[in-house]
Design a protein around this ligand. Structure first.
Ligand code: TXA
Ligand code: MG
Length: 310
């Protein structure tokens, strides 16, 4: 249910949760200071309590009460990428944040979303926690329709259009004297090199029982359809592909966009994956012939996860 801006403010300021737009994906927001609302976030999503939440702020000044010392390059990163799809995980002052938010870790994740409506909202509500507004195990929602589909038509949603980036924020963590990417996202590793003087390594911790990003441990989205990533396209099954390429005649093709445009493919990716289930597709072939660099790395990682049967 789409709600007006003032209603969203009112709900968030009275221990309720609201789905909010960001430039990456829609978030399921609650006040950082409302334990009751935070409990609702975990129960609505069916989210494991060991998976911490990202704190959303409209300005880095709001981090002062929670953080004693900022790691090297922190302010340069913030100046370059906030507001925008960068989340930073840093050490916090003990007991300064509800342990439900951090899953009891000594660190917390912070980001400043660029969506103008949510920037305006944060000025009225103060810091908000917001995981992606999907049910755990579904792809993140990139439209208000996706949110309503997952959480129900009566669920309060602040409408902000279709998310520009379409994939989640990139998460950086300062560990052993260097920044590392612990979740790939809308910003690619190469984009940090001019700021840091080095390209941060990607440490997703796959298979590690104690990854730097706890979210890696939990069930990820896999459509009902079996995804085929290798071999030649089969004209008898749907194809997820690119509009500037040709596939066997008579194929049913769902387009990610143009093969030269990673930004557009990321923008469309979750909507395309959701379409597979909506159309009850049982098997699909995906065109994986795209570069192993830049934003394509994030697209590849999300597709590989979606193709893993769990
Ligand atoms: O783009 C985004 O980041 C979206 C929008 C709504 O802002 N939010 C989002 O939240 O993707 P969520 O909850 O779906 O993913 C948050 C990720 C999880 O994998 C979690 O484990 C990780 O951030 N995280 C949160 N706090 C952390 C911490 N202290 N240390 C390491 N990872 C942390
Ligand atoms: Mg999520």
């Amino acid at each position: 249910m789409r709600i007006p801006f003032q209603k969203a403010v009112e709900l968030l300021n009275s221990h309720q949760v609201v789905a909010i737009p960001t430039e990456t994906v829609y978030g399921l927001a609650a006040s950082l200071f409302s334990e009751a609302a935070i409990d609702k976030v975990f129960s609505i999503k069916g989210r494991p309590s060991q998976n911490p939440l990202i704190i959303h702020v409209d300005s880095s000044d709001l981090l002062q009460p929670f953080v004693n010392t900022f790691p090297p390059h922190f302010h340069k990163l913030i100046d370059a990428f906030w507001p925008g799809p960068l989340t930073v995980v840093i050490e916090i002052i003990p007991k300064s944040i509800l342990p439900k938010v951090t899953a009891g870790l000594t660190t917390a994740a912070f980001r400043s979303p660029a969506h103008p409506l949510t920037q305006k909202l944060l000025k009225e509500t103060g810091p908000l926690v917001a995981p992606s507004a999907n049910l755990s195990g579904k792809p993140s929602p990139t439209s208000a329709d996706h949110v309503e589909y997952d959480l129900g038509f009566d669920f309060p949603v602040l409408e902000g259009g279709i998310c520009e980036n379409g994939v989640e924020s990139t998460i950086l963590f300062f560990d052993q004297l260097e920044w590392k990417i612990i979740r790939m996202g809308a910003l690619s590793p190469e984009q940090f090199t001019p700021i840091l003087g080095y390209q941060p390594s990607v440490q997703l911790g796959d298979g590690n029982p104690n990854p730097l990003c706890p979210g890696q441990l939990f069930r990820h989205y896999a459509p009902q359809a079996k995804l085929i990533l290798t071999g030649d396209p089969d004209p008898n099954i749907p194809i997820i592909g690119f509009s500037d390429r040709t596939y066997p005649s008579g194929s049913f093709v769902i387009y990610l966009g143009n093969s030269e445009d990673a930004t557009l493919a990321a923008h469309n990716l979750y909507d395309v994956l959701r379409k597979l289930d909506l159309q009850q597709i049982k098997k699909a072939w995906i065109d994986m012939a795209f570069p192993a660099s830049g934003l394509w790395l994030t697209i590849r990682e999300r597709i590989l996860k979606a193709a893993t049967e769990s």
